[in-house]
Design a protein around this ligand. Sequence first.
Ligand SMILES: [Zn+2]
Ligand SMILES: [Zn+2]
Ligand SMILES: [Zn+2]
Ligand SMILES: [Zn+2]
Length: 222
Amino acid sequence: MVSQNVRSVASRGDSQKTMMRILLAPALILALAVPALADCKACSVAKIDGGWCDGCGAGYVAGVKIGSKKLYDALAAKEIKADAMSCKGCKGAYDKNGQCGHCQVGFVDKQAYRSRVAYHLALGQAKDPAKIKCDSCKLAAKSHGWCGGCQVGLAGNRAYKDKQEYESAVKAHEILVAAAKAAEKCEACAVAMVTDGKCQAHDLKFADGKPETEKSKSKAQP
Ligand SMILES: [Zn+2]
Ligand SMILES: [Zn+2]
Ligand SMILES: [Zn+2]
Ligand SMILES: [Zn+2]
């Protein structure tokens, strides 16, 4: 009798502990995650889904840290309504995650990207590197790579099943990493790198993330 009583008390205690653990688990994870990653909650989310954190003055695109708001804004998606579009090319591209060559804009999930770099990275599926189980995928997510076992390519934290899309994303990822670094010296150069634009201060025009030499062109012009 006595031993039975003890057992039932013990088992009740166990289930209570389990209950407590279940209740405490989410709170514990949140409490531990913040100091462990030395990150605020907004940054943790942005690292995976992309976004800008005002508090930290930093943003993330495809898992790449961006220290410049100007560069981040050049990469960010703009909400756009189909009714507001007058261009046929845009209307055609809007529903099928395509690009309009005329307007130099790409669409992913009904959002517009002025930057081709951002467009190609937005096409990929956002992954949390901490949750990737396959070792070769995990390694690829640190920079980029194709995992033959999983038949998936990773560029930053974006995953691609289509090899051609993946290859475009690899180029985009390389430009993004270079632009994030360039922004420390000149934000206008960094923006020009991801938008095929021009930095007035340095008189540099960029195409595919690389500076074009303008001299030959300006000579040819009257
Ligand atoms: Zn933050
Ligand atoms: Zn258009
Ligand atoms: Zn894999
Ligand atoms: Zn510049």
